[in-house]
Design a protein around this ligand. Structure first.
Ligand code: DGY
Length: 321
């Protein structure tokens, strides 16, 4: 029987590639180079589906140029801001993502960022590794505790709730803003704020968990940073473009914002160089989902969606514009 033909744009974990090779006539990216648009189009020739990742810019131009044979784009990610879903719909191509399976891993990274930012991890590690740690000092390398602080969660979706659960165990009080108030059983005592501005005013630590949309892009800017309590901490595991880098860098340099923990950036991997000299910026290279368990689960979930589609059913994780 004819197996569906698949182009896989990036190298995936071995177990995921093994399953894809078993069930699809698949072309893999063996050297894991980042395919440019023309390489994606070349790879798509004669294929029924594409398995892409957050590093592929699947914009309207690329989608319009895809061969007629391509009927599904499955992304190995929960976020799908790298795909023009409306353009795909216009071409009759369906798009799927991989929610749920990276929730815990990303919430763990949010906690790491909170702790790293609050406890001066960047400057302390630099002092230790640079041979500048002379002795234990009562006033040396002082950070701030998470215990007793108000955590503002911007977007109490799956990852926001998993982060809230962990933060409660640290003794933090949970506040949130989402487009809609959640049912009580999902709030678990979290205090709802009608507007993002109201949330910012009470956030000793602000953790960003909303999707990147036209409404949220640039939401953390000079005006909204000024609403946060003096010395607040900002954590971002969602998308870099929710933050105006110049505004955050300025606020970190002046101390208006005490520290930031960032796992995602505008223009990755060429992030704003202004973060690098800042001792109060704790930075990670987009590690939210980077565990083998989670990356396997993401790959299997993407394949489940492809399998369902080619078996004639509706994939579980259809995304819409
Ligand atoms: C996603 O899935 O959207 C993440 O950013 C990649 O881990």
């Amino acid at each position: 029987m004819h197996r569906p033909r698949l182009f896989v744009t990036r190298k995936l974990p071995p177990a995921v590639e093994a399953r894809a090779a078993r069930d699809y006539e698949a072309i893999f990216n063996t050297n894991d180079g980042l395919p440019a648009a023309d390489e994606i189009l070349k790879g798509a020739e004669g294929k029924d589906g594409l398995l892409v990742t957050v590093t592929d810019r699947v914009n309207a131009d690329l989608i319009r140029a895809l061969p007629e044979s391509v009927r599904i784009i499955a992304t190995f990610s929960v976020g799908y801001d790298h795909i023009d879903v409306a353009a795909a719909k216009a071409r009759g191509i369906i798009v799927t993502n991989t929610p749920d399976v990276l929730t815990d891993a990303t919430a763990e990274i949010a906690m790491l960022l909170m702790l790293g930012a609050a406890r001066n991890a960047t400057s302390s590690i630099a002092a230790l590794r640079g041979g500048k740690w002379k002795n234990w000092a009562p006033t040396g390398m002082l950070g701030t505790e998470l215990t007793g602080k108000r955590l503002g969660i911007l977007g109490l979706g799956r990852i926001g709730r998993a982060t809230a659960k962990r933060a409660r165990a640290f003794g933090m009080a949970i506040h949130y803003h989402s487009r809609k108030r959640l049912p009580e059983e999902l709030e678990e005592g979290a205090i709802y704020h009608e507007s993002a501005d109201d949330l910012f005013r009470v956030s000793d630590v602000l953790s960003i968990h909303c999707a990147s949309t036209p409404e949220t892009r640039g939401l953390i800017n000079r005006r909204t940073i000024a609403l946060l309590p003096e010395g607040a901490i900002i954590v971002n595991t969602a998308r870099g473009d929710i933050v105006d880098d110049d505004a955050l860098i300025e606020a970190l340099a002046s101390g208006r914002i005490g520290a930031a923990g960032l796992d995602v950036f505008n223009n990755e991997p060429n992030f704003h160089p202004g973060y690098l000299p800042l001792p109060n910026a704790f930075l990670l290279p987009h590690l939210g989902s980077a565990t083998l368990e989670t990356r396997n689960a993401m790959g299997f979930r993407a394949l489940d969606n492809l399998d369902a589609f080619f078996a004639g059913s509706t994939p579980r994780d259809l995304v819409t514009a």
